[in-house]
Design a binder for this molecule. Structure first.
Ligand code: 5AD
Ligand code: SF4
Length: 513
C-alpha cells in the first residue's frame, strides 16, 4: 500500500470526545434483548475509510442496545471486534497481524500459522500506517483471548470469508458490511453459545439502519445515504466487499437529519462510496442534488458535507445547489485517479481526462470558491512515464487543495490483477514521492494566498497549550488559531489567517460567527 498524502482533511474521524446518543428510525431490526450483564463489554477498532468509521458507530449502537458497555482497550473486553479495510494490501495485512496478537497460548505452541508476523509485515507496519487508529499494544493480552468473542467485520471479512477461521481459529464472528443488518441475530447466536457465525451475503437490496448509533463526534454527524458500489473500477475491491449500490429512502434520511439537528448536531456529512450516484428508492425519486438541498434546508443544520463523489455522476445541478445554499460546504472531493486517458480507460473509470476537466470547470465557474480535493493512484499496470507526467500536469492545471495519493496495490478478484506491465515497487515509490513534492508546493502557494482572509471555523479541538484551538473551515481546511476565550469547542467563530502551511492555516480569532 502506498503512503497517503493526507493533507488537511480529517478523513479519520473520532475526536475522543464522548458522543451524544442518537436514536435512528426504528422498526427495521428485530427487538433487541438487553444483556444487562455488567461483564458484557466490547472493544471495537476501526481501520479504513469514513464509511467504516460510521459503520462502527452503528455497530457500537447495536451492542449498546443489547446492554454492552464499550471499553477502550481489548484487555477488559468480552467481545473484541475489528472493522477492517482491504482497499490496499497493507491495510488488510494489518488485521491478520492484530489477530495474531490475540492468538491463545495453546495455539501459539506447536502449531504454525500464517498469521505469524513476517519480516515483510513488520517492515510494512513500520512505515507510516495512515489507516490505523486507536491501537494500543496488544502484546500483553496475547494469552487472554480465551473466553473472549473475537469478530472480524468489514471488507477483509467479506473478502476472506470463512478462510479467516482457518487462519485464526480463535475468531468466532466474520461479517461483511452488506450483512450488518443481521448483526443483532449473529451476536445473539454467539451469546447463546454458538461457536462460529458468519454474515457474508452481498446479494442484498437492504441498507444497515439501526435503532441507536453511538456517534463519536459531538458536532459532525455522519449519515450513510448509499451503500455499496456499482462502478467497476478495475483495481478496486469495493464492489466485491460492499456489494451492489443500495440507497436509503429520502424521507428516512431527512427524518434522521431533523433528529440530528434537534439533538444539537450542526454539521452533517452524507456518505457513500459514490455518494452522488444516490438514487432515491421511494416514490419521491429525489435526485442527489435535490436531497442535498433538502438536507441544507433543515433548520439548525449549519454545514452540509458529502463524500465521495464520482466524476461520472457529477453534474451542474450539484454546483447550482451549492451556490444556492451557503450552508453546503465549499468543498468537493472528486477522485480522478490518473491524469492520463489511457490509464483511466485501463482503470475503467468511465471518463477521459477532458471529461473530468469539464467537471472541474463547472466548479471553478461557481459563484463562490469551491475547494477541490482528489485521490490518485500511481504505478497502475502499464502506466508509462508519459502517463505519469500527465498526472503531474493535471495537478498544476486543477490546483487541488489536497490530494490523497496511493501506490497501486494489486487486490484479489480485481481485473487489474491480471494486467501486464506491472510497475516495480521502487518505481511506484519514486512516482509517489515526486507527486507528493509537486502537490506540497501547490498547497503551500494556494494556502499562502489566503493569508489576511477571514473564515468561519467550527472549533473541534483544544490544544494543551493555553489559548490554542483548532477547527475546520467550510472548505475543510484545518485552522489552528489563538483565542483567549475559555470555552469554544463546538462554536462557530471567525478566524483571520496570519500564516499558511501546506497542510493547515494558522490564524487568530476575530469574532463570533
Ligand atoms: N491500489 C491503490 N489505491 C487504491 N484505491 C482504491 N483501490 C486501490 C488499489 N487497488 C484508492 C483510490 C480510491 C481510494 C479510496 O483508494 O484512489 O479513490
Ligand atoms: Fe472502487 Fe471505483 Fe466504486 Fe470508488 S467508484 S468504490 S474506486 S469501484
Amino acid at each position: 500500500m502506498g503512503k497517503s498524502f493526507d493533507i488537511g482533511l480529517d478523513r479519520l474521524t473520532g475526536t475522543g470526545v464522548p458522543g451524544i446518543g442518537e436514536t435512528q428510525e426504528g422498526g427495521l431490526n428485530p427487538p433487541l434483548q438487553v444483556a444487562g450483564d455488567a461483564e458484557s463489554t466490547f472493544y471495537l477498532e476501526t481501520f479504513g475509510c469514513q464509511m467504516n468509521d460510521h459503520d462502527s458507530e452503528k455497530v457500537a449502537g447495536v451492542l449498546l442496545a443489547r446492554g454492552y458497555r464499550q471499553v477502550d482497550g481489548p484487555e477488559a473486553a468480552k467481545v473484541i471486534l475489528y472493522n477492517t479495510c482491504s482497499i490496499r494490501e497493507k491495510a488488510a495485512q494489518k488485521v491478520f497481524s492484530r489477530l495474531g496478537e490475540l492468538r491463545p497460548m495453546d495455539e501459539r505452541q506447536g502449531k504454525s500459522s500464517n498469521t505469524e508476523d513476517t519480516e515483510e509485515e513488520r517492515r510494512v507496519h513500520g512505515d507510516g500506517q495512515v489507516l490505523e487508529k486507536n491501537h494500543p499494544s496488544l502484546r500483553k493480552i496475547v494469552n487472554a483471548a480465551g473466553g473472549k468473542i473475537i469478530g472480524v467485520l468489514g471488507c477483509v471479512a467479506q473478502q476472506e470469508g470463512e478462510e479467516i477461521f482457518e487462519r485464526a481459529p480463535w475468531v468466532s464472528l466474520v461479517c461483511g458490511s452488506a450483512s450488518y443488518r443481521k448483526l443483532p441475530q449473529l451476536i445473539a447466536e454467539l451469546e447463546a453459545g454458538n461457536r462460529r457465525v458468519t454474515g457474508l451475503d452481498t446479494d442484498t437490496d437492504e441498507t444497515f439502519e439501526t435503532e441507536i448509533t453511538r456517534r463519536d463526534n459531538p458536532w459532525r454527524a455522519y449519515l450513510t445515504i448509499i451503500e455499496g458500489c456499482d462502478k467497476a473500477c478495475s483495481y478496486c475491491v469495493v464492489p466485491f466487499t460492499r456489494g451492489p449500490e443500495r440507497s436509503r429512502a429520502s424521507a428516512s434520511i431527512l427524518e434522521e437529519v431533523r433528529r440530528l439537528a434537534d439533538a444539537g448536531y450542526s454539521e452533517v456529512q452524507l456518505l457513500g462510496q459514490t455518494v452522488n450516484s444516490y438514487a432515491d428508492p421511494s416514490m419521491r425519486k429525489m435526485r442527489f442534488s435535490e436531497l442535498l438541498a433538502a438536507v441544507a434546508e433543515v433548520s439548525g443544520i449549519r454545514r452540509v458535507r458529502f463524500t465521495t463523489s464520482h466524476p461520472r455522476d457529477f453534474g451542474k445541478d450539484i454546483v447550482e445547489v451549492i451556490e444556492a445554499h451557503p450552508n453546503i460546504c465549499d468543498h468537493v472531493h472528486l477522485p480522478v485517479q490518473s491524469g492520463s486517458t489511457t490509464v483511466l480507460r485501463a482503470m475503467a473509470r468511465t471518463y477521459s481526462r477532458e471529461e473530468y476537466l469539464e467537471k472541474i470547470a463547472l466548479m471553478k465557474a461557481a459563484r463562490r470558491p469551491i475547494s477541490i480535493t482528489t485521490d490518485m493512484i500511481v504505478g497502475f499496470p502499464g502506466e508509462t512515464e508519459k502517463d505519469f507526467e500527465e498526472t503531474l500536469a493535471l495537478l498544476d492545471e486543477v490546483q487541488y487543495d489536497s490530494v490523497f495519493a496511493f501506490k497501486y496495490s494489486p487486490r484479489p478478484n480485481t481485473p487489474s490483477l491480471k494486467m501486464a506491465d506491472a510497475i516495480p515497487e521502487e518505481e511506484k515509490g519514486r512516482r509517489l514521492a515526486i507527486l507528493m513534492d509537486r502537490q506540497r508546493e501547490i498547497q503551500r502557494a494556494q494556502n499562502e494566498k489566503l493569508v489576511g482572509e477571514t473564515f468561519e471555523v467550527l472549533v473541534d479541538g483544544k490544544s494543551r497549550r493555553d489559548n490554542q484551538w483548532s477547527g475546520h473551515t467550510s472548505s475543510n481546511r484545518v485552522m489552528n488559531f489563538t483565542s483567549p476565550e475559555r470555552e469554544l469547542l463546538g462554536d462557530y467563530v471567525q478566524v483571520k489567517v496570519v500564516s499558511a502551511m501546506p497542510n493547515s492555516l494558522v490564524g487568530e480569532m476575530v469574532g463570533r460567527a
